[in-house]
Design a protein around this ligand. Structure first.
Ligand code: DP6
Length: 323
C-alpha cells in the first residue's frame, strides 16, 4: 500500500479561467501558499479487481466521484502500460463539515500515490502537470510553501506546471474564517467557464493577472506587507467582480464574508499587518505574520455564521511512502 499526503493551497493571485478545457490548461499563471492544516491522506493499493474503488472519508463512492478518479488513474495507466486497478481510500484531516474539502489536496495526493503505485517515474514538474489534469489548483499542491503556477504555451500542456518559490522567506500564517455552509453555489470548474464565456471583464482580468503576479512576487521578496495587501485583496476582488459580471452573475459572498472583510481591514487600520483573500466560496482567508495570528483569529470570531476559525502555518509538498 502507498500512503500519499498533500496539503491544499490558497492562491494569493488567483487562477480563474482556462485556455484549454480538455487538458485543463490555465489561461494565466497563479501564485499560492500551501497550508499545513488542510491535509489529505490517500491510500492507494494495487488490486486484483476489474475496476477501481474509492472510499472518501469512510464512505464508499460510485458515480461521478469514482469516475473522475478512475479517469485520472487511466492517465497514468496509459503512460505506464500497467493496467492494474486500484483501491483508493482518501480522508481529509480537517473538519470536513466545514465545507473546505479541496480538489487541490485530493488530486495532488492522488497524483503522487497513483504514480508510485503504477510505477510511473516522474519529476516533480511532471507530477505537477499530472495533478493539473485532475484539478488546476492541485498542480500547485505538489510543492510546499509559496508556489508559482505557469500558464505555459505548449498545446500539450507540458509547460503548464507549478514551481516552488523557494527563495521567499516571508513567514505568513493563514487564519481561515469558515462561514457556515449555505446552499451550494456553482463550483470553480463551471464558474470559471461561465465567466470566460459571458463576463465582459474577462480579458481585462486575464491581463491583470500577469501584472499582479510580477508585483506579488516582488512584494513577497521584499517582505512588503502593505503592498501585498493591495495586490492580494485587489486580485481577489477582481476575480469575484469578474465572476459577478458573468451572466447569470456568480456571487460567492455571504453576509459573514463581508463582515470578515471589514474585520480584516479594521485590524489593518489599527496597525496589524494582515490581508484577506477568498476562493470560490464564502470563507475568508486572512494572512498575517505568526506573531499576529491570535489577534486575527480573535477578530474573526464572533459572527453567528462563522462556524469556526482555523489557523495554519505553511504546509509541505505532496509526499508518498510505502507501508
Ligand atoms: C478560486 O482548481 O478547483 O480556488 O481546474 O476546474 O478543477 P479546476 O478548478 P480549481 O479552481 C480553483 C479556483 C480558485 C482560485 C485558485 O485556487 O487559484
Amino acid at each position: 500500500m502507498y500512503e500519499a499526503t498533500a496539503c491544499a493551497n490558497i492562491a494569493l493571485v488567483k487562477y480563474w479561467g482556462k485556455r484549454d478545457s480538455d487538458l485543463n490548461l490555465p489561461a494565466a499563471g497563479s501564485l499560492s501558499l500551501t497550508l499545513d492544516v488542510l491535509k489529505t491522506v490517500t491510500e492507494v493499493t494495487p488490486s486484483s479487481g476489474s475496476t477501481d474503488t474509492l472510499v472518501l472519508d469512510g464512505e464508499p463512492q460510485s458515480g461521478r466521484a469514482l469516475a473522475r478518479v478512475s479517469r485520472f488513474a487511466d492517465l497514468v495507466r496509459a503512460r505506464t502500460g500497467v493496467q492494474t486497478r486500484l483501491d483508493i481510500r482518501s480522508r481529509n484531516m480537517f473538519p470536513t463539515a466545514a465545507g473546505l474539502a479541496s480538489s487541490a489536496s485530493a488530486f495532488a495526493a492522488l497524483a503522487v500515490g497513483v504514480a508510485r503505485a503504477l510505477g510511473l517515474s516522474a519529476t516533480p514538474a511532471e507530477l505537477s502537470a499530472l495533478a493539473r489534469q485532475g484539478s488546476g489548483s492541485a498542480a500547485r499542491s505538489i510543492f510546499g510553501g509559496f508556489v508559482r503556477m505557469h500558464a505555459g504555451r505548449a498545446a500539450d500542456g507540458t509547460d503548464a506546471v507549478a514551481e516552488p518559490l523557494a527563495d521567499i522567506e516571508l513567514p505568513l500564517h493563514a487564519v481561515i474564517a469558515v462561514a457556515a455552509a449555505g446552499p451550494k453555489s456553482i463550483g470553480s470548474t463551471d464558474g470559471m467557464e461561465l465567466t470566460r464565456d459571458t463576463s465582459p471583464f474577462y480579458d481585462a482580468w486575464i491581463a491583470q493577472v500577469d501584472v499582479d503576479l510580477a508585483a506579488c512576487q516582488d512584494a513577497l521578496r521584499s517582505r512588503d506587507l502593505e503592498r501585498l495587501a493591495t495586490i492580494v485583496e485587489g486580485n481577489c476582488l477582481a476575480m469575484h467582480a469578474n465572476a459577478m459580471a458573468a451572466r447569470p452573475g456568480i456571487i460567492y459572498f455571504r453576509p459573514a464574508t463581508l463582515w470578515a472583510i471589514e474585520r480584516v481591514r479594521e485590524l489593518r487600520r489599527t496597525g496589524v499587518p494582515v490581508f484577506f483573500t477568498i476562493d470560490a466560496g464564502p470563507h475568508v482567508v486572512a494572512f498575517t505574520p505568526p506573531a499576529h495570528e491570535a489577534t486575527v483569529q480573535a477578530a474573526l470570531t464572533g459572527h453567528p455564521d462563522v462556524a469556526r476559525v482555523l489557523t495554519s502555518p505553511p504546509g509541505a509538498g505532496a509526499q508518498v511512502v510505502e507501508r
